[in-house]
Design a protein around this ligand. Structure first.
Ligand code: ATP
Ligand code: MG
Length: 431
């Protein structure tokens, strides 16, 4: 036998059934996608779909060369025909804004957009951390806030309610202020951290040079005291920034959304300013953040567009669904409504015709394929999870009837005229 080829490490198949080390099924995923589609629509957000491959320069410019994502996690290659460097997208915001600028979508109107799809980062795979993972993201472009800041946070909170996981998530917020305020804070932070440099770990020493704010993000327990005592960005906010932050908080309060202020919340990507937030859980070990976002008012201009205030967030679908599968209320809906069973010559065709009639009336119908004993077919019907079974055997074929069986046993088995098929099943279903 030829040797089997394995999937790429950190990249998962989504199957109809649960796998040993990856519990999410395609049907469960699809139920989530349906929920997300309805949820975004209910807020008036429109979907945008961009390519998975972009020019590497897009991510270098938007996310920042010094970030882990661009510095060491991207899948980058050169297209064989020219020297252009391309990358698999590691996140969705850069592509979304590239498209908005390219097609001039902000010409007349601000935009409320959403996207969903695979992202790629070469990280160490573990539960809740993969090399191909998936995100749903929101981008509200051309709005100054703070009202929109509150809207998108409320929108995320609403989704947690719909998925039945609200009680397992905590909202953390912070304000990073504007460019000048961050610069003033940065100077104070660098002076402070430099005076403690001998106590920093290698990662933090490197970040002190490249992106000092990120030192505050360190998960190293030995650094917690130093980080907690570091100068706080919130103390450097001017009047306008503070007013924005206060109104944002007041609106969250008015919407009954509980939050924790975390002065050390800085987010991993370089482009954020003013409002930032994360939704975290204590149920997924180290992979605690399921959703993160914030304001990135300068990014569109940086990508060659006219300046436009912007805010957005992205959630990791795998992490979210691991949580939902264990604690949430979302149900996968994979079973057909009806399984059609047929026996005797010509019954295969007749059953297929009934199946088409039923589908046209809105039923999901799984037709038995192949020729087996009635008993074997009934077993397959049972395994399929179908609520009803439709049987066409010799008698039914001759009399133009069908025999219907309710697998939940709520109605006695019944043979009805073919003309009454839909009516009877509709009654059974709604009873
Ligand atoms: P983390 O600190 O966990 O690495 P991040 O700050 O790199 O997250 P973002 O770039 O803000 O994450 O992406 C938004 C969300 O996407 C994260 O909160 C997480 O839920 C999800 N996510 C990020 N990287 C991965 C990954 N490698 N595998 C699965 N989900 C991921
Ligand atoms: Mg990361």
């Amino acid at each position: 036998m030829a040797q089997k080829i394995q999937s790429v490490k950190g990249m998962n198949d989504l199957l109809p059934v649960e796998q040993k080390d990856f519990k999410l099924t395609a049907a469960f995923w699809q139920a989530f996608e349906d929920t997300v589609t309805r949820w975004t629509k209910s807020y008036g957000y429109q979907q945008i779909r961009t390519p998975i491959v972009e020019q590497t320069g897009l991510f270098v410019r938007s996310i920042g060369e010094e970030t882990d994502v661009v510095g060491k996690e991207m899948y980058t290659f050169s297209d064989s025909n020219d020297a252009l460097s391309l990358s698999l997208r590691p996140e969705g915001t850069a592509s979304c804004l590239r498209a908005v600028v390219e097609h001039n979508l902000l010409y007349n109107n601000p935009q409320k957009l959403w996207y969903m799809g695979p992202m790629f980062r070469r990280e160490r795979p573990q539960k809740g951390r993969y090399r191909q993972f998936h995100q749903v993201g929101i981008e509200a472009l051309g709005f100054e806030g703070p009202d929109i800041d509150a809207e998108i946070v409320a929108m995320s909170a609403d989704l947690w309610q719909k998925l039945g996981i609200a009680e397992h998530l905590t909202l953390e917020i912070n304000s990073l202020g504007n460019r000048e305020e961050r610069a003033a804070h940065r100077a104070a932070l660098v002076a402070y951290l430099s005076s403690h440099e001998e106590k920093l770990d290698e990662d933090s020493k490197r970040r002190l040079k490249t992106n000092p704010l990120r030192v505050l993000d360190s998960k190293n327990p030995d650094l917690q005291d130093i980080c907690n005592a570091a100068p706080r960005l919130t103390d450097y906010l001017g009047e306008e920034s503070l007013a924005h932050y206060q109104r944002f908080k007041a609106m969250l309060g008015g919407l009954n959304i509980a939050y924790v202020e975390n002065p050390r919340l800085v987010r991993g990507l370089d482009y954020y300013n003013h409002t930032v937030f994360e939704w975290t859980t204590d149920k997924l070990g180290a992979q605690a953040t399921v959703c993160g976002g914030g304001r990135y008012d300068g990014l569109i201009e940086e990508l060659g567009g006219k300046p436009a205030a912007s805010i957005g967030f992205a959630m990791g679908i795998e992490r979210l669904l691991l949580l939902v599968a264990e604690y949430g209320s979302l149900q996968a809906d994979a079973a057909p409504d009806v399984y059609t069973v047929h026996q005797s010559e010509g019954a295969d065709l007749q059953a297929m015709k009934y199946a088409q009639t039923l589908r046209a009336a809105g039923f999901n119908v799984l037709q038995h394929s192949g020729y087996q004993s009635l008993k074997a077919q009934m077993k397959k019907a049972d395994n399929s999870g179908a609520r009803f079974v439709l049987i066409v055997a010799q008698d039914e074929l001759a009399a133009q009837t069908v025999t219907l069986k309710d697998m939940q046993g709520k109605h006695p088995q019944q043979t009805v005229a073919a003309a009454d098929l839909i009516h009877t099943l509709q009654q059974w279903k709604n009873a």
